[in-house]
Design a protein around this ligand. Structure first.
Ligand code: XMP
Ligand code: MG
Length: 184
């Protein structure tokens, strides 16, 4: 059998650490939204964040909806020229709701920057962003997530929902791929 774990050079965020990160982020979301009295919607950005979003979601004990979006972002050279294309949109009105965008990793920052603007324009009461991983070295726009699980260096990572060519999403940890995998 081809075991995908053989393609991993090293584990960057272990299962144990991921559990702690999800506990911590769920506690922070509870502190911020638990008593707001407003509708709260977690928006899972497909596909990469589905594992992470589920882990955070199942730790929350206050009323909270989950919705899904699939988008692609295209870069331009400057802050304003990047744009996003929406492939799958929300099935619910976000007007007057507290929205938390849940992302697997913030890289250039374009996706969350544009998506936050889009949902704010639809009349959300607030839009904040929760990301499992953050690669600040790669940022090209002035964007910072409100809730960050773990800052990572500029290496390509897979697992816990993150993929390379649709593989490795099912790994229970976040790992660094062996360069031979993408060089072949
Ligand atoms: P932005 O708009 O912040 O987009 O550039 C972030 C998206 O880029 C992808 N991405 C990665 N995916 N391993 C992955 O599997 C990585 O190391 C990585 N870095 C960036 C990812 O789709 C994320 O949502
Ligand atoms: Mg993604």
């Amino acid at each position: 059998m081809y075991n995908i774990e053989n393609d991993i050079e090293r584990v960057l965020v272990s299962e144990e650490e991921l559990k702690k990160i999800c506990d911590d982020l769920a506690a922070k979301l509870t502190a911020e939204y638990g008593d707001s009295g407003r509708p709260m919607i977690l928006v899972c950005i497909l596909k990469g964040s589905f594992v992470f979003a589920a882990e955070v979601f199942k730790r929350l004990r206050f009323p909270c909806a989950i919705e899904f979006m699939k988008v692609s972002s295209y870069g331009g050279g400057t802050d304003s020229s990047g744009f996003i294309q929406v492939h799958l949109d929300l099935k619910r009105d976000v007007k007057d709701a507290d929205v938390v965008l849940v992302e697997d990793i913030v890289d250039s920052g374009r996706t969350l920057e544009k998506l936050s603007q889009l949902l704010a324009n639809r009349g959300a009461h607030s839009v904040k962003c929760c990301t499992l991983l953050d690669k600040p070295e790669r940022r090209v726009v002035n964007f910072n997530a409100d809730f960050v699980g773990r800052v990572v260096p500029d290496v390509f990572v897979v697992g816990f929902g993150l993929d390379y060519d649709e593989k490795y999403r099912n790994l229970p940890y976040v790992g660094v791929l062996k360069p031979s995998v993408y060089q072949q």
